[in-house]
Design a protein around this ligand. Structure first.
Ligand SMILES: Nc1ncnc2c1ncn2[C@@H]1O[C@H](COP(=O)(O)OP(=O)(O)OP(=O)(O)O)[C@@H](O)[C@H]1O
Length: 310
């Protein structure tokens, strides 16, 4: 659990982060989203103390982080970054073992940890002896996530984690990550420029502009109940695509019985309409066309339902 209370930072009397407050519980993903220069990276760097805040408090597991040395603080945090940052001359096993070794774990404990993390990330144990360049970009990113988790941190910071991947791998990894969230069970703060990624991955989105929170809430809250003009306009360009990512099969179930549809077995009720559209075989396409029609027929009612539930 991390709690950020009223943090501020100015450069030459110009505030770049103003009175920022939020909390993230274990198992929850908070996305920091906003235009370039809105203060996302500064916020992340304040949390890991690469930048000193001017005022405010940050608590990790109820501990005031000002009372920790930067070394103690960073042991509580795992990082996943865009460029992945795996050491090229180390094997995958050595890369994942770095933090546990620094923590002085014994060999058996480290080996067990590496094995269980690889399993969690759906990577075969044969990758252990390989070097990073012998893995695909997506596999390397999964190793990056495994490495961030290795020392058992309380908090994971992810800075544009899927930014360097091609669109297909990126989408696949986002989907996998979504499924992994429960198993990871850490407080996760993720910075992204990508509005769709924020909608897909965020349990909550913190939308920033000029260092100030414009709105913080679930993707549906931001989309269907924008707090101000900025929020509304920020999402307006991709409105339809975002809606299809935010609305789930479950949301439609008040209007139709999904049993009549021949949906693929692996599709969960929490699947968004956008996920449904990714199944492209002809029979499924016809089904989804009907689903979409139902959605658009009931769109106004659904949206007012979302607004009421906010
Ligand atoms: N060392 C610095 N000195 C002065 N101004 C700075 C410094 N570092 C950042 N800034 C300013 O602070 C503001 C916030 O920057 P920050 O990097 O946090 O934005 P961001 O939302 O992460 O942007 P991007 O999406 O482009 O990475 C920007 O206006 C930037 O120019």
């Amino acid at each position: 659990m991390i709690e950020v209370r009223n943090i501020t930072k100015s450069y030459h009397s110009t505030p770049v982060v103003s009175n920022l407050s939020f909390s993230v519980a274990p198992g929850e993903v908070l996305v920091l989203l906003g235009p370039s220069g809105s203060g996302k990276t500064t916020t992340l760097k304040i949390i890991n103390r690469l930048i000193e805040k001017d005022s405010g408090k940050i608590f990790i597991e109820s501990e005031d982080t000002d009372k920790l040395t930067p070394y103690e603080l960073r042991r509580k945090i795992g990082y996943v970054i865009q460029s992945i940052g795996l050491f090229p001359h180390y094997t995958i096993e050595q890369n994942i073992s770095i933090v546990p070794e620094l923590l002085g774990w014994n060999k058996t404990r480290i080996q067990n940890r590496v094995d269980s993390l690889l399993e969690m990330m759906n990577l075969p144990s044969s990758v252990k002896s390989r070097k990073p360049h012998e893995l695909s970009g997506g596999q390397q990113q999964r190793v990056g996530i495994a490495r961030a988790l290795a020392g058992g941190p309380s908090l994971i910071l992810m800075d544009e984690p899927f930014g360097a991947l091609d669109p297909i791998t990126r989408q696949e990894l986002q989907k996998e990550f979504k499924q992994l969230e429960g198993a990871i069970n850490k407080a996760i703060i993720l910075v992204t420029h990508d509005i769709i990624e924020a909608m897909v991955l965020g349990d909550k989105i913190c939308l920033l502009d000029e260092g100030k929170i414009q709105q913080i809430g679930t993707p549906k809250e931001l989309l269907f109940q924008p707090a101000n003009k900025f929020v509304k306009e920020f999402f307006s360009q991709h409105k339809l695509q975002l809606e299809l990512n935010a609305v789930t099969l479950q949301d439609l179930s008040g209007f139709i019985s999904l049993e009549g549809f021949d949906l693929p077995a692996d599709l969960q009720p929490e699947a968004s309409l956008a996920e449904c559209l990714m199944y492209t075989d002809k029979k499924a396409s016809l089904q989804y066309n009907s689903l979409l029609k139902i959605y658009f027929n009931h769109r106004e009612v659904l949206i007012s339902k979302f607004k009421e539930s906010v």
